[in-house]
Design a protein around this ligand. Structure first.
Ligand SMILES: NC(=O)c1ccc[n+]([C@@H]2O[C@H](COP(=O)([O-])OP(=O)(O)OC[C@H]3O[C@@H](n4cnc5c(N)ncnc54)[C@H](OP(=O)(O)O)[C@@H]3O)[C@@H](O)[C@H]2O)c1
Length: 428
């Protein structure tokens, strides 16, 4: 089995060096040497000694190379990456990728072609970096009916929320984002991470491998963390919660819940203890119960570890198994409706800025009562300029009713600006 590496950036260089560094350890496990037949990169990487490696500046040479059995697609993006992967499959080469956008958006096409050609496409590194969550669900929990998956799957967002939550610092989102960019934890254009798109790609894939449903990136509900304020974090803390950006997918009778957004997580819950750039995923399944997986979600070493884990699996299973790239045999994937967010039911945190006048609380309670929304917890605080902050945790309520109630609350003469709403996580 010979490997062709396409892309020599953070992950590609990590994979290259892991093969050289841990080659003997891997040989002890699989009984065969992993060799690199060719590396495709537009320029050398300062951390990689390529002196005895066949290097090409055209990544498409790698997928044409008859010596290459397994192509590592580590360039990112969805244009060239899709062309590269489809050409590799058409040339009967197995593919390992770290590219969540590619799998979430083009997985059906890629897996369809791979099944026809009898090759494997593996993507462990695409979700939660060094955590072997795909293997845990696809193999370790394969005897279970998976009921739900919930996790912190974007390290940049988690880093920002963790820093904003440092007691007494009251840091604004924009300031922490700038620090994260300076430290290399956030991209120059952070949109994919902070607006939840990266997490949405990952959750789309997790949902498919957990429940055996087709990839539905087109239908996922996506909300990022850019609207979270230090005030919300402070009020959540007073109420016993930590704010985290979660991906949650649930297998319901006639639909699948598929959503990424900020959540209030009870301080006592393990996911509230996941700090900084770390990732964690919990899986609820019928036989094993709830299990949790924690580790580094990105970085050269952790991601290369996942890439090489996939390579080793391919070496071990080549020619032995029929291909179930998404963990279920392709003909058994069950299309299911993705639940509209309006149908979602759960508790929510609301924060209103109101002019501090007599009777305003009564008017708020009346509107909530009209929509059968009760108040589980309440904080009222004086704010600047004669205003007050009213913070409410509601009972479990249908999202549509809450939206309607929020619209009426926003229309009160006393209400100023937008009403903040953050859903409360429920793992029952
Ligand atoms: N970084 C992580 O921690 C991490 C974690 C999990 C998953 N991933 C995924 O892994 C993939 C790679 O990420 P990365 O962080 O390693 O990116 P990166 O550091 O930017 O490296 C990408 C490499 O691919 C090369 N490349 C890009 N487009 C190319 C093209 N059309 N032709 C030839 N070479 C091309 C780049 O070359 P130039 O330098 O010449 O542009 C660069 O060497 C992405 O899909 C990413 O989402 C990354």
């Amino acid at each position: 089995m010979q490997i062709g590496i396409c892309g020599l950036g953070t992950v590609g260089s990590g994979a290259f060096n892991l093969i050289s560094g841990n080659g003997q350890e891997m040989k002890r496990r699989i009984g065969r040497e992993l060799t690199i037949a060719q590396v495709g990169c537009r320029r050398d990487h300062p951390d990689c000694d390529l002196s005895s490696t066949n290097v090409t500046r055209d990544i498409f040479d790698v997928v044409k190379n008859p010596e290459v059995d397994i192509v590592l697609e580590l360039i990112g993006g969805t244009d060239d990456a899709l062309k590269l992967v489809m050409e590799a499959i058409s040339n009967k080469k197995h593919v390992v990728t770290a590219n969540k956008a590619l799998i979430a958006e083009h997985g059906d096409e890629i897996f369809g072609a791979a099944s026809k050609r009898g090759v494997q496409v593996r993507f462990e590194a695409a979700i939660a970096g060094g955590i072997p969550i795909v293997k845990a669900i696809r193999e370790g929990l394969a005897a279970n009916r998976v009921e739900w998956v919930a996790g912190i799957i974007n390290g940049t967002s988690n880093y920002i929320l963790t820093e904003m939550s440092e007691p007494g610092r009251n840091l604004a989102f924009a300031d922490v984002l700038k620090d994260a960019q300076d430290l290399g934890y956030a991209e120059a254009d952070p949109t994919f991470d902070v607006e939840g798109i990266d997490a949405a790609h990952k959750l789309t894939i997790l949902s498919s491998i957990a429940f055996g449903v087709p990839l539905r990136f087109d239908a996922i509900y996506t909300e990022g963390i850019s609207g979270i304020t230090s005030e919300d974090i402070g009020y959540a803390r007073e109420l016993g919660y930590t704010i985290r950006h979660l991906g949650v997918t649930r297998n319901l009778e006639d639909s699948v819940e598929l959503r990424v957004h900020p959540c209030l997580v009870a301080n006592s819950h393990m996911l509230a203890q996941v700090n900084g750039v770390m990732n964690a995923v919990m899986v609820g399944s019928d036989a094993a119960g709830a299990t949790m997986y924690y580790g580094a979600g990105a970085g050269s070493g952790p991601t290369a570890s996942a890439v090489l884990g996939d390579v080793i699996d391919i070496v071990r299973t080549d020619g032995v198994h029929s291909v179930a790239n998404l963990g279920f045999m392709p003909e058994t994937l069950e299309p299911k409706r993705v639940m509209e967010i309006q149908e979602f039911e759960g508790s929510a945190y609301l924060r209103l800025v109101v002019s501090d006048e007599p009777g305003v609380m009564a008017r708020i309670s009346t509107i909530l009562g009209q929509y059968k929304i009760s108040i589980e917890a309440l904080i009222q605080k004086d704010a600047r300029g004669g205003d007050a902050h009213v913070v409410i945790i509601t009972n479990s309520v249908l999202e549509k009713s809450l939206n309607d109630a929020m619209q009426e609350l926003a229309g009160l003469d006393e209400t100023k600006g937008d009403i903040a709403r953050i859903r409360v996580a429920d793992f029952s």
